[in-house]
Design a protein around this ligand. Sequence first.
Ligand code: MF3
Ligand code: CO
Ligand code: CO
Length: 268
Amino acid sequence: MFNYDEQSKLYLKRGIPVPTKDMIRTEEQIKGIKEAGRINSLILDEVAKNIKAGMTTNDINEIVHKKTIELGGIPAPLNYEGFPKSVCTSINDAVCHGIPDDTVLKDGDIINVDCTTIYNGYYGDASRMFLIGNVSKKAKKLVDVTKEALDMCVREIKPYSRLRDIGYIIEKYCNENGFSVVHEICGHGCGVGFHEDPYVFHFGKKGTGMVLFPGMTFTIEPMVNEGKRQVFIDASNDWTVYTEDGSLSAQWEYHLLMTEDGLEILSK
Ligand code: MF3
Ligand code: CO
Ligand code: CO
């Protein structure tokens, strides 16, 4: 069985940074975070069932808000640091933090829907890409490569891996496929709060960063651009991030638990 104090001592002796003790969730917290993750995925399932061309991003907001309340949850984005809606909807060159409005989904669009749910005080956070109608080959490849980069992490990252191994795997695979990885926005500890330590970078040097201990819960949520990695924030709302060169961007987010055997997906 994992013992925090023992393991920390061993790693610190070797000069390797360790998670703080509060990053290791208690059994009770894990139970609560798992439930929140499960509810969060049900909400994304509801979006998947209904999303289609002709619908507005406000309609997606409505679906998420209604389903969240129906399931006994609270949509975490609503009023979070002033965010005005219950979900993030980011279309085409929008990288993340798109605000639902009366924009109509049209044939050929790619859209990320990012849901976060508070359930019994615990948080679940995940996002998916949706292809609207007939999408270009290149857009589909971008969406698939982004997801595969994330799935590679789930397969390869183990307890006692290093935090920056995650980003190393992601950026290497995406670059090999001709795409670039956004550096400015990261995954994060998640479960007891919305955005907790540590930052989970989607780029980095293999074998660096803190050691990952069993009991940690965090997201990995790579944002991958078809063109250059540079981004800017929409000055009109101070939220939505866009690719600087106007190229397409894709993102997938999983909420994960590090177990003694590897990563378990709590919400996807
Ligand atoms: N769900 C996003 C994440 O993965 C955060 C959205 S913050 C919001 O971290 F305020 F824009 F909703
Ligand atoms: Co999210
Ligand atoms: Co997140």
